[in-house]
Design a protein around this ligand. Sequence first.
Ligand code: NAD
Ligand code: IPM
Ligand code: MN
Length: 349
Amino acid sequence: SRSIRLAVIPGDGIGPEVVAEGLKVLDAVAQSHDLAIERETYGLGAARWHETGDTLPDSMLEEIRGHDVILLGAVGDPTVPSGVLERGLLLRLRFELDYYVNLRPVKLYPGVTTPLADVRPEDVDMLVVREGTEGPYTGVGGVMRRGTPQEVATQESINTAYGVERVVRYAFARAASRSRKKLTLVHKDNVLTFAGDLYQRTVRAVARDFPEVSVDYLHVDAASMFFVTQPGRFDVVVTDNLFGDILTDLGAAIAGGIGLAASGNVNPTGDAPSMFEPVHGSAPDIAGQGKADPTATILSVAMLLDHLGVPEAARQVESAVAADLAERQGGPARATSQIGDAITKRVAG
Ligand code: NAD
Ligand code: IPM
Ligand code: MN
């Protein structure tokens, strides 16, 4: 059997609740595909910060780096100042492990209720390739005269030719492998003229290597509108870190809700383990109540299996989720563990 070293970071709020269900499904599918999962759990997040004051010790980062793949729940807690865990843990992992591709499928499964009228599943099937290591996320900037009427806060967007080229090239390759072969660059080059121009020129240059891919451009404000009014315009979307963050919560909403949206933080070079996580956060408003939908985490497990080169196992998980989603409509609300159990049963059976 093939052994896989998995690092698990349950995190905060609903993170541990949804990760538990993801692991149930992973264990069930591993059995039928002869995978031996060696699991190590890392107690990172709010509780650790309160106890020790640290978010991700270097030694733990190095241990995590030694795994094949990572599953993360969510981080962030109302008892911790905003940004401490988000930057110190999640973004630190994205930067240190160089996750320049943040893969976020937006897919409407048959039978799922969407707020959009007259939309069919085939109209909502896109892959957002969000840049993961640059843009306004790097922490470059600062504050002067804080707390005074003269306060100035800057938060710079860093975009490098190297960073933009590698994510754009990845997005083209993904577009080339899909049936519609369409790539839409989303930016704001009418205002963010320096960064937008770099993205535009990079897309034009890389396009020469992918003549089969058709290329489109939309400003992010218009793209937001078309996500709602004409989602069928989109196949693969490549965009900046912050635009991608915002657009994929919108994408989640049109595809049935944030409880269904999966993602992968991918380092395509293989120099570090990639990390899979639901798009949503720690949802403190429902934490500890068994109300969280674990589907996004379970679909993230499917992405993890795809990444590990076990597509049959990934499809088995995705089919089980699709079957569960198709039967959910109109039924009573189920607890987190009931949804996980139902999907696990389908995977096993
Ligand atoms: P959130 O995604 O946690 O919650 C937004 C809304 O969606 C809430 O009403 C929540 O109850 C609901 N929701 C989220 N996931 C759900 C699920 N699986 N099932 C059912 N409902 C679900 O976003 P937020 O409220 O903006 O942020 C809360 C905390 O999470 C903050 O600390 C934030 O920084 C952090 N956060 C972390 C991540 C991450 O770890 N990747 C992502 C987003 C936000
Ligand atoms: C996400 C989250 C993170 C982001 C935060 C928590 C740093 O919103 O994964 O979408 O902005 O990338
Ligand atoms: Mn987000």
